[in-house]
Design a protein around this ligand. Structure first.
Ligand SMILES: [Zn+2]
Length: 461
């Protein structure tokens, strides 16, 4: 079934009627940035909105400010889920301007565009619910409120089985290009190792002390040597978060914060066996003890081809947003603030052509990243191990502007970004429509998903 122009018109009419309200919501979240684990206001805004639109809202106990909102016949038909995020980044406060200008010095800001991400997912959920209800299709639509993406992520929700009955999970991310998210991401694990030794006067009785800092240094040295003999793509990055108190005391305590990153989750588990051996070795050599705290961990993202295809078809069926003269001028000015040599950093990892950079905005649908893996990690990865999952990127930011920059924060508050977020939401709604109405697509998604390895969180090490 191809996508009929009538369905596209219906969806566009539904969304355009509410566009001012959607944009005001995304702008409001942008103006009230809340970092991970503090999203009380943002989460409440979505919950209240969805409840008023007839969604059954359930808050989850696994994480503060997480929830699910469902519309459609209770317990019947496939479940099409959209995942929304709303956390901001500490220290990234920035005005919607083309110069560096924090709104609140040192304050948080939406430099990853999650104010847009949540709104786009909301457009998707409401748009799809409206289409399905108009046609009497027996299917359910869900919006998952996913807090703390920038730190722990939705892993506790995945582990608690909150996604288990989903037929297809869809999401998107603000970016500088429009593309179906063909590329995969890396798995990771964040852990802190605290060594404990014995304090002593470093001048009078160093022999009586056992240095926890020595243990940290020997452990880090082991990690350095391990790099050469680890499979390609396995990365270790660390910082010493505690090096003791002062040089004339043999350090009783010292700690290192380590990230283990690898192509797939199973590689992280394998690497962690060796990391544990290195911790044991450091303890043995220094006569210290160690304590491990697992902070966070994400699986690699496994795109489901059937879901991705529905997203790609939907993206191409919808008219792309058109920038106004002012929006274009803003994009040109913002793009100029990124050094020309740095602009390719967003495009190279996903294999997008650098010729795109001749323009300020990406105004077509790309198809980038097939067979590629980026170094970053996403909590959507864990969802993709549980159910068929797909996602897209939408060009909310000027070409060459990457996430977690003041430029992306500035752009995320702009009217252009709102238009692009609504386009992303409509694309996901239309993709959900294809999946809900065509059993063969969901069959294909399920068949592909059977090849995904069993889920084991990288945090379970
Ligand atoms: Zn993000």
């Amino acid at each position: 079934m191809s996508i009929s122009p009538e369905i596209v018109r219906k969806l566009e009419a539904f969304v355009s009627e509410k566009s001012e309200r959607y944009d005001a919501l995304a702008r409001d979240i942008w103006e009230h940035p809340e970092p991970s684990h503090q999203e009380a206001r943002s989460s409440a805004r979505y919950r209240e909105w969805l409840a008023a639109e007839g969604f059954r809202v359930t808050e989850f106990p696994e994480m503060p400010y997480s929830f699910c909102a469902e519309r459609g016949p209770d317990g019947e038909g496939p479940v099409i889920a959209f995942m929304g995020e709303y956390d901001a980044l500490p220290g990234m406060s920035q005005a919607c301007a083309t110069v560096r200008e924090p709104l609140v010095p040192g304050g948080a800001g939406h430099a990853c565009g999650h104010n847009l991400l949540g709104m786009g997912a909301l457009v998707a959920a409401e748009g799809l619910a409206a289409l399905l209800e108009a046609e009497g299709t027996r299917a359910r639509v869900r919006f998952y409120g996913c807090p703390a993406e920038e730190s722990l992520g939705r892993i506790p929700l995945v582990k608690a089985g909150r996604f288990n009955d989903v037929s297809a999970a869809l999401t998107w991310h603000p970016a500088d290009v429009n593309t179906v998210h063909r590329y995969t991401t890396s798995a990771n694990l964040s852990l802190v190792v605290r060594f404990k030794g014995r304090a002593s006067h470093a001048g009078m009785a160093p022999h009586a002390g056992r240095s926890a800092l020595d243990a940290v240094q020997l452990f880090n040295l082991a990690i350095e040597f391990m790099r050469e003999h680890s499979p390609p793509g396995t990365l270790f990055h660390y910082v010493i978060t505690d090096g003791g108190d002062r040089p004339n005391i043999v350090p009783e305590h010292a700690a290192v914060h380590l990230y283990v990153r690898a192509p797939v989750a199973a590689d992280v588990h394998r690497a962690m066996k060796r990391v544990r051996n290195a911790i044991r070795g450091a303890c043995l050599m220094t006569e210290t003890t160690a304590d491990i705290t697992i902070k966070a961990g994400k699986c690699d993202f496994i795109p489901n081809p059937a879901v991705q295809e529905a997203i790609y078809e939907a993206m191409r069926a919808l008219p792309l947003p058109v920038p106004s003269i002012e929006e274009r001028a803003f994009a040109v000015a913002l793009q100029k603030t990124v050094a020309p040599a740095d602009r390719c950093a967003t495009l190279v990892p996903i294999g997008a052509p650098l010729s795109l950079l001749k323009k300020p905005l990406h105004l077509e649908v790309g198809d980038f990243g097939e067979g590629r893996r980026i170094g970053g990690s996403l909590d959507t990865g864990d969802v993709s191990y549980i159910v068929p999952t797909g996602q897209l990127n939408a060009a909310t930011w000027p070409l060459g502007v990457g996430a977690h920059t003041w430029q992306s924060c500035a752009a995320s508050g702009s009217s252009w970004a709102m238009k692009a977020a609504r386009y992303a939401g409509m694309s996901l709604a239309l993709a959900g429509y294809l999946l809900a109405n065509q059993p063969a697509r969901l069959d294909a998604a399920r068949a592909a998903h059977r090849r995904v390895p069993p889920y084991r969180s990288t945090m379970d090490v």
